[in-house]
Every structure is written in structure tokens, then in C-alpha cells.
Design a protein around this ligand. Structure first.
Ligand code: ADP
Ligand code: ZN
Ligand code: MG
Length: 476
């Protein structure tokens, strides 16, 4: 038996920090980076007798997330208290939704090769964040600014079967929170946090194995590495007659291994009960419909449209819709070109990093990029000229058609014009011609290079190659 005989079964619990102005149950600001304990009040500090009032914006955000992930939005949901003691939790309980979450039974689709796979979402619920402990050499301080900041927890069914699928699912969720505008979804800043539940089983088996939970992983890359290493650890245990203990583990970024943190607590340990200070949350059909019409088309829908209409591959469509700004950019640019596929390669190769690195501005305008795609698609310019123009467009926008005229960059597709250059090239590269004739195909490159150089890179390289072959064949 080896690793290939096993598969991993993965369920993800994702926490999304919402970008509401105020906290979930009080009027305190949620702004990041304020001095410690400057954004607190009797409610979020748990003073006796202070009463929470639900911020309705949190409910709207949850509904948006639910609609975007095909969930049922429940007309009735309720808050529970999850009791545990920790210094960053002044109330000694977290307000969350256990028995009646606001959204249930949804899914997102992820690309798995050329196919789509559904990862089901069992529920989305609203809850509050805890504070932060700041450790120093001589002690620990508590900052309660984050106490009561609203979170959504999105719980998946154990449907993912590999690190790639788990990461694709997370990317989809990040896109979803950005499309709906409920969070910036930045993993490195903690606004998207992920717990990975993982068990292994022999391929072909139905029953799930014992699962381990890996807490609080803060990048896609670490999620993938944690899954790979935990998968190996569990298979190794099973192969050597060990047993897997249900426990909570931590991923260590330096060693790339997971470590035991504590044995898994049961729901019973938390003594959940309905929060008597908060009224149940009621949502009407009208409210749901109003929110439905307010959210933009999601990545899934756009993806399906792109593969249908523009014949993009599932991979291209997925990449393009990962970021809403990038997808919006494509939709504007595509109306300016007859060559969507060319446009997509330009965006994915050279422009996408600008969106994902979250630089404030993408200098090139959608219409210029559309024109550039036309110039390339129509063979007006060759690809190296295209690359050269794009490089300049990424500094400052201009009209590529006028630019090509002004700088005489148009590709030479005219046999008559190329004829003398090709003749000279063959003459000047007698050695390469000889090598080519003795079977060394790559020797042609030197001759093509000569033609390109003579034409300042403007010759159509495919035509040049054809003509060189013809000339050599004729002469020998
Ligand atoms: P808990 O009550 O301990 O939080 P849940 O039933 O809510 O457990 O599940 C938490 C997460 O664990 C979910 O994402 C779920 O899909 C996942 N999960 C449950 N069973 C397994 C399993 N056998 N292997 C992998 N993941 C699992
Ligand atoms: Zn407060
Ligand atoms: Mg749970």
C-alpha cells in the first residue's frame, strides 16, 4: 500500500471578517489599527447589565454571502452562547449561531481539470470575534478592539478531495466576499481565516476516517502544504498500525509539519444555549429579494458565460473571474476586440498580477488592450512587437493603432518586401544552411533571427521561416 491508494477527505471552516463600520452588537468602530482598547464600550467589554443590539448590516452581509453561494436563507435564525474561558474573551462566551444558522445548504463550484466539482456548504452563521493577546518578554497585554467585530463562519461539507480542490474552494470564497463587497478577504491580514478538517480513507471506500482539525491557517500556500503533510502523516500512521486521534493541530510554517495542540472539544463542552439578551433574527422574502437584486453577477455565472460565449477554457475563465475588477476589465475590453482569446492571454500573462497585487491602478485602458488584441489577431503586428507595446501601455495608456503607425511597427507580411532580406539572410548564413541541410532543424533559427534583425523585429516570423525553407529547397 502507498500514498496513491489513499485519498484525503477535507471539510473547511472559513471565518470571514465583515467590513461593517460598527461592531456586531454595539456601536463601536471596527477600524483596524487604532490604539489598543480605544474602540470599546460596556457591551463589548462585557460590563454587567450591558445589553447587545444586533447590527442589521451584519444580517445583510450574511444574506449576500448566502445568496452568492446558493444557500437557503432562513426566515428564522437565532443566536446562541458558546461558553469558554480565555483571556481575550471578556464575556467568557462567544455570541454565535449553533442550532439555527441564517444560511443553509449551499454550494460553490470549483474547476477540477476541465470539469466542475461542487463543494457543498452546510451552513453560514453569524458570530463575533474575540480580542487579541499581545505577548511581550515581560508579560501579555490584552487589546479588546476586536471583541465583537462581526464574522461569518462558512462551513463546508467534507467534499474536497485534494489540496488543489481545497485551495480552489477558498479562492472561490475569497472572490465571493469581494464581489459582494462584504469583506476584503485578505488572508494575510486575517480577514479570511481557515480551519482545515482532514481525514483519509482508502480509495473506493465509503466510510470516512477519523478527522483532525488544523486551526487558523493564513495563506493559500500554507493550506496546501498543511494538507499535503497531514495527509502523509495520517496514511503513515494507518500503514504502521497506528490510530488517528481526533484532535486539534497547528501547522508550523517553518517545518511544514502539523503539531498536536489539544484534544478535540465536543459541542457539549461549550454548553451552548440560546442567548436570552437577543431576539431571534427574522428575514422576509422581500428583504431577500431586495438584496438579491443589489449584488453583482458572481464568478460562477461569469465563468460559465465566458466558456460558452468566448470559448475560454475552464481554467482561463476561473483565473479571469478570481478578481471582480479583473473580470469587469475583461468585460469592457472584450467589447473592443474581435479576438477574445488573444485578449485573455494578454490579461492573464501580463495584467493579472496588477489586480492580484492590489495595486491601486491598472494604467492600460480596456479599449487600448482591445485594440492591441486586434492588431495581434489581424497579424498587423507580431507577438514581440505586441509585447513591446504592452510594456509601454503598462506605464501610460495610449492608442496602439496610432502608435504602430507613428513608429512604423506594422508587421511585414509582404513577400515582395521580405524577398531580398531572406535572400541576404540565406547568403550570409552559409554555415547554418549547411547544418540545416544535414538535418539540424534548429539551425534555421539563426537565419530567421537575421531576418528579424534586418527588419527591426517587424518581419512576420512565420512567413520568414516559410520563405527561407523555400529558398533553401530551391537552391539545393
Ligand atoms: P464540529 O461540530 O466538531 O465543528 P462539524 O460537523 O461542524 O463538526 O464539522 C466541522 C467540519 O469538519 C466541517 O467542515 C465538516 O465538513 C468537516 N468534517 C466532518 N467530518 C469529517 C471527516 N470525517 N473528514 C474530514 N472532514 C470532516
Ligand atoms: Zn462596543
Ligand atoms: Mg461545527
Amino acid at each position: 500500500m502507498s500514498l496513491q491508494d489513499y485519498e484525503s477527505v477535507i471539510g473547511l471552516e472559513v471565518h470571514v471578517e465583515l467590513n461593517t463600520k460598527h461592531k456586531a452588537f454595539c456601536e463601536c468602530s471596527t477600524a483596524f489599527g487604532a490604539p489598543p482598547n480605544s474602540q470599546v464600550c460596556p457591551v463589548c467589554l462585557a460590563m454587567p447589565g450591558a445589553l447587545p443590539v444586533l447590527n442589521r448590516e451584519v444580517v445583510d452581509s450574511a444574506i449576500k454571502a448566502g445568496i452568492a453561494t446558493h444557500c437557503t436563507i432562513e426566515h428564522f435564525s437565532r443566536f446562541d452562547r458558546k461558553n469558554y474561558f480565555y483571556p481575550d474573551l471578556p464575556k467568557a462566551y462567544q455570541i454565535t449561531q449553533n442550532d439555527f444558522p441564517i444560511c443553509t445548504n449551499g454550494y460553490v463550484e470549483v474547476a477540477a481539470g476541465e470539469n466542475l466539482r461542487r463543494i457543498r456548504i452546510s451552513q453560514i452563521h453569524m458570530e463575533e470575534d474575540a480580542g487579541k493577546l499581545i505577548h511581550h518578554a515581560d508579560g501579555t497585554e490584552i487589546d479588546c478592539n476586536r471583541c465583537g467585530v462581526p464574522l461569518l463562519e462558512i462551513v463546508s461539507e467534507p467534499d474536497a478531495r485534494s489540496a488543489e480542490e481545497a485551495v480552489a474552494y477558498l479562492r472561490k470564497l475569497r472572490a465571493m466576499v469581494r464581489y459582494t463587497g462584504i469583506s476584503d478577504g485578505r488572508m494575510n491580514e486575517g480577514s479570511l481565516r481557515c480551519d482545515v478538517n482532514l481525514s483519509v480513507r482508502k480509495k473506493g471506500e465509503e466510510a470516512f476516517g477519523t478527522r483532525v482539525e488544523i486551526k487558523n491557517i493564513n495563506s493559500f500556500n500554507f493550506v496546501a502544504r498543511a494538507i499535503e503533510s497531514e495527509f502523509k502523516r495520517q496514511v503513515d500512521l494507518l500503514e504502521n498500525d497506528g490510530t488517528i486521534v481526533q484532535e486539534t493541530r497547528r501547522f508550523d510554517e517553518k517545518s511544514g509539519q502539523t503539531y498536536a495542540m489539544r484534544s478535540k472539544e465536543n459541542a457539549a463542552d461549550y454548553r451552548y444555549f440560546p442567548d436570552p439578551d437577543l431576539v431571534p433574527v427574522r428575514v422576509t422574502d422581500e428583504e431577500i429579494e431586495e438584496i438579491r437584486t443589489s449584488i453583482p453577477r458572481m464568478a460562477d455565472e461569469r465563468s460559465a458565460f465566458y466558456t460558452d460565449v468566448y470559448k475560454l477554457t475552464a481554467y482561463e475563465a476561473e483565473r479571469l473571474t478570481e478578481d471582480k475588477e479583473m473580470s469587469d476589465f475583461f468585460e469592457t475590453a472584450v467589447s473592443h476586440t474581435r479576438y477574445p482569446k488573444t485578449l485573455v492571454s494578454l490579461i492573464l500573462a501580463d495584467i493579472s498580477p496588477l489586480f492580484t497585487e492590489e495595486m491601486a491602478e491598472v494604467p492600460v485602458s480596456p479599449s487600448s488592450l482591445g485594440s492591441l488584441s486586434d492588431l495581434l489577431g489581424d497579424d498587423e503586428i507580431n507577438s514581440s512587437t505586441g509585447r513591446r507595446i504592452l510594456k509601454e501601455l503598462l506605464v501610460k495608456d495610449f492608442d496602439p493603432v496610432a502608435y504602430v503607425k507613428e513608429h512604423e511597427l506594422a508587421q511585414i507580411n509582404d513577400r515582395g518586401v521580405l524577398q531580398p532580406v531572406v535572400g541576404a539572410a540565406v547568403e550570409a548564413n552559409a554555415r547554418a544552411v549547411k547544418d540545416f541541410l544535414s538535418g539540424k532543424e534548429t539551425a534555421l533559427r539563426a537565419i530567421i533571427g537575421f531576418v528579424m534583425k534586418q527588419t527591426q523585429g517587424r518581419a512576420n516570423p512565420v512567413l520568414a521561416e516559410t520563405m527561407i525553407r523555400e529558398l533553401i529547397a530551391k537552391a539545393n
